[in-house]
Design a protein around this ligand. Sequence first.
Ligand SMILES: C[S@@+](CC[C@H](N)C(=O)[O-])C[C@H]1O[C@@H](n2cnc3c(N)ncnc32)[C@H](O)[C@@H]1O
Length: 231
Amino acid sequence: MKNLDFLHKDSFSIDEYKNMVKSYQDKKHPLGWFDNIYESANGDYTKVFWADLEPSPYLIDWLNKNYVKIKNKKACVIGCGVGDDAQALNDFGFKVTAFDISPTAIELCKNRYPNSKVNFVVADLFNYPNEWFENFDVVYECNTIQVLPDDYRKKARERMSSLISKNGYILVSCRSRKENEKLDEIPKPLTKSEIDEFQTINNLEQQSFLAYDDNQEPRVPHFFAVYKKCR
Ligand SMILES: C[S@@+](CC[C@H](N)C(=O)[O-])C[C@H]1O[C@@H](n2cnc3c(N)ncnc32)[C@H](O)[C@@H]1O
């Protein structure tokens, strides 16, 4: 996820963005603002300021090392944005469901990848279709938790983990912050102790954990972690 400095002049300024997010939080509607970001792109997916417009290299690296050993290849991408990671999983042979709470994001994905086999669908992590429960061998989460307020984050981890089938994996990619770094704004990157909470969810075992700074200036700290559902 790019820094807020990358906000497009023709969409939101940093202050407008922060005020917009805060106004939805104050209205106790903290999931209501995402579509505004995608709408402000006016149909051009390249204008979505937080989109990297390429799949995560850490996802690709993990897939290169692991996709062969995953028997059933059903994958789910949470908060899929403009679709790069979902399309990459598709290209590795997965049957992919990619969802986002923003209808405009899903429309951008469908227009961007008109011939894709990915099932791009509007859905809310907190109210996803019953048939998705424990249905996916690989679940990919990138940068959704950090745009949720504190009181949604534990539930978000539980809902994300509930999508994984027995012996399946969840890959979590996010920005990170130090334990003592206080922040009230969105995005609110995850601390190590927060991402470690995935290991307290029933049957999830950490397979790998990486802390790194991305290669853009200014360098932004990130985590990339993989957990396996062991039963
Ligand atoms: C910071 S963006 C990241 C998008 C994409 N994963 C990426 O890395 O570019 C967070 C995404 O999560 C989506 N989102 C937020 N809350 C959600 C929810 N409850 N259910 C599904 N998607 C959600 C937003 O619409 C947005 O597309």
